[in-house]
Design a protein around this ligand. Structure first.
Ligand code: NAP
Length: 320
């Protein structure tokens, strides 16, 4: 089969399309014929060798695949050949024509969701769902600011938050991004490239502040976020690419908090709850992953450049 291989940590040029043996499922495993693979920012950190998890070399990147079950190993009960599925992690990597996954890493893909959309489900939607429901423990009467709403996690968060009944503010840094987040349902959109946009956000709350912030770039925004919170407000740190100086008094004045998480450390119960909520939303049409760009598998190096570039408008996926 064709698969992207990383033989050395480094730049996007390390992503090479190669011919490698197609894996075979053993007990408890599912072999998926991958039609599309989602490109997530962490795939780039891992390829660069700067991520907390360093896979043994060589490896095939990617955890979000969507496709059709090709074969199952002994003892697999939930899936059979021909089923449409998406993955929430894999054993062999998603940037390939086939991937192996454990039975519990595979989820059903409803008929209304295309394979490129399916490749944009797990990392973005589980992150957004977990942030809103398990970390922030939002109530429908609250206001959430999705700080970086135009990308994979942000668009997922808009849809989940709107379904739940929250008042949703979102930011984007391009005209295209602003248009997208309005289309996806934010009640108010703000441009995080404008110098005074945080004043506009505070004004939109009547000076009260927002209850919850989902933060995609904490090293840039966390100090500003703390001043945007209402009493008992909380920032949920999802993305961060560096260090920042904070004034603890901002927490004291508002009895506020900031906390972060990594998707990989979810408990079994939290993960099961994410799957239940997300799969129901995909099936009833309220969750609709937004695909910004589809590239062929061989263009994985370009996809890794694109996913870190400004001007997001949904997911970037690789098709096989
Ligand atoms: P993405 O699709 O590339 O989107 C990036 C988002 O960040 C875009 O909405 C972008 O907006 C926004 N952004 C850029 N500059 C910003 C600024 N100054 N202030 C606020 N937002 C800004 O990435 P993603 O998949 O949504 O992931 C977002 C972040 O979360 C990444 O850092 C990723 O590594 C991280 N993440 C963490 C977890 C976890 O387990 N904690 C899970 C998934 C993702 P414009 O392009 O419109 O400027």
């Amino acid at each position: 089969m064709k698969a992207i291989q990383v033989r050395e940590f480094g730049g996007p040029e390390q992503l090479k399309l190669e011919e490698i043996p197609t894996p075979k499922p053993t007990a408890g495993q599912v072999l998926v014929r991958v039609h599309a693979a989602g490109v997530n920012p962490y795939d780039t950190y891992m390829r660069a060798g700067t991520y907390a998890v360093k896979p043994p070399l060589p490896y095939t990147p990617g955890s979000d695949a969507a496709g059709v079950v090709e074969a199952v190993g002994e003892g697999v009960k939930k899936f059979k050949a021909g089923d449409r599925v998406y993955t929430a992690s894999t054993i062999t990597g998603a940037y390939a024509e086939y991937c192996l996954a454990l039975e519990n890493q595979v989820q059903p893909l409803p008929p209304g969701i295309s394979f490129p959309q399916g490749a944009g489900v797990h990392v973005p939607y589980a992150t957004a769902y977990h942030a809103l429901h398990h970390e922030a423990k939002t109530c429908a009467s609250e206001t959430v600011l999705i700080h970086g709403a135009s990308g994979g996690v942000g668009t997922a968060a808009i849809q989940i938050a709107r379904n739940f009944g929250l008042t949703v503010f979102g930011t984007a840094g391009s005209a295209k991004g602003i248009e997208l987040i309005k289309r996806e349902g934010v009640h108010q959109a703000f441009d995080h490239a404008k110098p005074d946009y945080t004043d506009e956000i505070m004004k939109a709350t009547g000076g009260r502040g927002v209850d919850v912030i989902l933060e995609m770039l904490a090293n840039v925004n966390l100090a500003k976020d703390l001043k945007l919170l209402a009493i008992h407000g909380r920032v949920i740190i999802i993305g961060n690419r560096g260090e920042i100086t904070l004034n603890p008094r901002d927490f004291m004045l508002r009895r506020s908090s900031a906390r972060g998480f990594t998707l990989w450390a979810l408990t079994e119960a939290e993960a099961a709850d994410c799957f239940a909520g997300i799969n129901a939303g995909l099936a009833n049409g309220t969750l609709r992953p937004i695909v910004a760009k589809e590239l062929p598998l061989k263009d994985a190096p370009q996809a890794h450049l694109d996913v870190l570039a400004p001007g997001a408008s949904g997911k970037i996926v690789l098709t096989t």
